[in-house]
Design a protein around this ligand. Structure first.
Ligand code: NOJ
Ligand code: CA
Length: 680
């Protein structure tokens, strides 16, 4: 049901700032208010107040172009409209089934004072837990193509605080460990970037609905003043658009605490509704794969004695999946192209031709017989020219075989995506290089997602563009990497330190689902390097890091050696009716309570950093009057990620009800997982 309330009265009641037409719009609860205006020089700006205090000080708006004058001064407001919404919509899958969208909107139109046809409308939406705004450009008959050199949107954070951030514009895309510095210590950062201000207010800056535009990095100019820095393009202009268009939404989550940042649907609400219709063919599920073997160097993607993707091994994995209730089996290295140098090159990849020792058709049929689905893999080496030329055939093949999830990959240094000079004509001659989050690659990802959807295939890109909530519009875009995943642990001892995951929860995970690939129960990578994790933390990850497709990443032999942990992994859902962060602080720890979407079971658990701690868990979320059986997997006495004691785990069973509380000890680098089943 959609209720649309018009907020004109509310706006009329608000005091108007300097210029007669300047507008102010407040959040439904009145705590946040945003002013949009132009100063004496006609420079457009916005300002955000919360609880009567300045949160985002006057911050400029505007654009530079490659072929016309900047649009940043000499502007006046020529019109305003208001609107508001109070709706609830349903997700086909997700962290929660229903999402509430309650906001007030103000759209302010700016035009150049000297009577040119230039200008834009700034559409501002204010929610109780954040704001989003975007620029809208009308069609210009005399200048149909807009060539954006830079977007000049600024964000000046008024109070002091600290930030958790990763660098943008460096070679390793989003795959960095997070830095925690004063806000003044940030250089050029990717979004989402998280901040905690001196009064405890939590902020996250990001964007929503990144479509046909370049990804936004945040560049600190001075003090706590940041400006958009769009990912570059080989074309000169960072964004080229024809006719009327709008930018992605620039979003700021605003919350009193860490939980308010996490239980926040701002970017989803700013995205367009589902364009694909019925997507019930996509089933949130868990999977295993012929993967950790290559990541930890025991097997190879390339052909030869140690080739991972053999027919025989895949059958073993299918059998194990069937026996243990895993829906999916990922197989990498099944297709031609891995034998030479494929990193950042990808010219030899075929997406339809299997290596001779891999019987794709036979295995797809074998899987089907066993009630299992192969999960496909398209590594491109960043060569999207080569991939797009084969895309239709590749997706049709998977569609026909019932391979209904595909993991894609873009292994190339940042800025090393290989595209064609001519945007569409394929195959192409002259190649150009693009960024993983530049406009060209943003277009590419949607092409893949749309082609996949035609064939009822869901997509999970690695080395992707960041998530901006497009899963709402394209619900077959189910997960992605876009941060340092589990794989880094295979490549060196404690490569992802113990605070990595409790930082991801409050940073990268605010963007959307991540294919982090938990479940390395052996706690070992290449040459047996140890993970900075206890065994219980490997289970807690299923609750801390959300994805509708969750891997159990270890070798099947290692999974089988841990029957009690496997019991948890078998049980834990990948789709939720509700999700709440019940305890946690940014970078320290995170404990969630999540309710299964398909039963009355609840799950509680999460991850810890390097500091051991005792956490009090309150079970207020349980249905009052019901008793629940709690099955507990927790860090064993003396467990710590630092030594062999990382393998120590303890099990417990008890009965709990709403109103009870329980104290749980989290080891250094530890975690916990609890299953709560109603008794009758
Ligand atoms: C990097 C991905 O993150 C990893 O999961 C994949 O196995 C390799 N690329 C090869 O595609
Ligand atoms: Ca990767």
């Amino acid at each position: 049901m959609t209720i649309r309330l018009f907020a004109a009265a509310l706006l009329a009641a608000t005091a108007l700032p300097a210029s007669a037409l300047a507008g102010t719009v407040a959040s439904p609860d009145g705590r946040i208010s945003v002013t949009v205006d132009a100063d004496e020089e006609g420079k457009p700006f916005y300002e955000v107040m919360r609880d009567g205090k300045v949160l985002i000080a006057r911050s400029q708006l505007g654009f530079n172009f490659t072929d016309e004058d900047p649009l940043r001064r000499n502007l006046a407001i020529t019109g305003e409209t208001t609107d508001s919404a109070d709706t609830r919509w349903e997700q086909p899958w997700g962290e929660r089934q229903f999402v509430t969208d309650r906001h007030n909107e103000l759209a302010v139109t700016f035009a150049e004072k000297d009577d040119t046809p230039r200008g834009f409308t700034l559409r501002m939406r204010v929610f109780d837990d954040g704001i989003g705004f975007r620029y809208e450009f009308a069609d210009r008959a005399d200048h149909p193509v807009t060539n954006i050199a830079e977007e000049l949107t600024e964000f000046t954070i008024a109070p002091e605080g600290t930030a958790w951030w990763i660098p943008a514009g460096d070679w390793n895309r989003y795959e960095y460990l997070y830095s925690n510095t004063p806000i003044e210590g940030v250089s050029m950062a990717h979004t989402p970037i998280t901040m905690r201000l001196e009064d405890g207010t939590h902020l996250s800056f990001h964007e929503a609905a990144l479509v046909d535009y370049s990804g936004m990095w945040l560049q600190r100019l001075q003090d706590r003043r940041f400006r958009a820095h769009l990912a570059p393009s080989s074309r000169g202009a960072k964004v080229v658009r024809t006719g009327a268009f709008h930018t992605p939404w620039r979003s700021i989550r605003i919350a009193d605490d860490a939980a308010g940042l996490v239980e926040n649907d701002l970017e989803l609400n700013l995205n367009e509704p589902n364009k694909l219709g019925d997507v019930s063919w996509f089933e949130p599920a868990k999977y295993i794969g012929i993967w950790w073997g290559m990541i930890s160097n025991r097997w190879t993607w390339a052909q030869g004695d140690r080739h991972g993707a053999t027919t025989e091994r895949t059958k073993d994995y299918i059998d194990f999946a069937a026996k243990n209730g895993f829906r999916g089996v990922l197989v990498e290295g099944w297709d031609y192209g891995w034998d030479g140098i494929w990193f950042g090159n990808g010219r030899d990849f075929s997406f339809t031709k299997a290596y001779p020792d891999f019987d794709l058709e036979g295995l797809a049929a074998y899987a089907k017989e066993k009630g299992v689905h192969l999960i496909g893999h398209h590594e491109t080496g960043g060569n999207i020219a080569n991939y797009e030329a084969q895309l239709a055939d590749a997706m049709a093949l998977y569609g026909r075989l019932g391979v209904d999830v595909v993991k894609t990959g873009y292994v190339a240094d940042a800025g090393g995506i290989i595209s064609c000079n001519a945007d569409i004509a394929l195959p192409c001659e002259g190649q150009v290089m693009e960024w993983h989050d530049g406009q060209r690659q943003v277009q590419h990802h949607l092409r893949v997602v749309e082609e996949a959807a035609k064939n009822r295939v869901a997509v999970n890109p690695h080395e992707p563009v960041k998530d901006t909530g497009l899963r709402r519009t394209y619900p077959n875009w189910v997960a992605r990497e876009g941060a340092r995943g589990m794989e880094y642990n295979a490549w060196g001892p404690f490569n992802n330190g113990p605070d990595h995951e409790p930082t991801l929860v409050y940073t990268r995970m605010l963007a959307g689902p991540m294919d982090f690939t938990p479940g390395v129960l052996s706690l070992k990578g290449d040459k047996d390097v140890p993970l900075a994790s206890t065994l219980a933390k490997q289970l807690g990850l299923y609750l801390a890091i959300y994805s509708p497709i969750q891997m159990a990443a270890d070798f099947i032999e290692s999974l089988a050696e841990h029957p009690r942990e496997l019991e948890f992994i078998r049980a834990v859902p990948a789709d939720w009716a509700e999700s709440h962060l019940i305890a946690g602080e940014v970078g320290d720890y995170a404990i969630f309570a999540r309710k299964d979407r398909n039963s009355e079971d609840w799950y509680v658990g999460g991850v810890n950093d390097a500091t051991a701690r005792e956490v009090a868990l309150d079970f207020d979320f349980l249905t009052p009057g019901k008793m629940y059986k709690a099955t507990i997997w927790k860090d064993g006495e003396g467990a710590t990620y630092e030594t062999e004691a990382r393998h120590r785990i303890a099990y417990d069973n008890r009965t709990v009800k709403a109103g009870d509380s329980m104290s749980i000890w989290l080891a250094p680098g530890g975690g916990a997982a609890i299953r709560l089943q109603p008794l009758d």
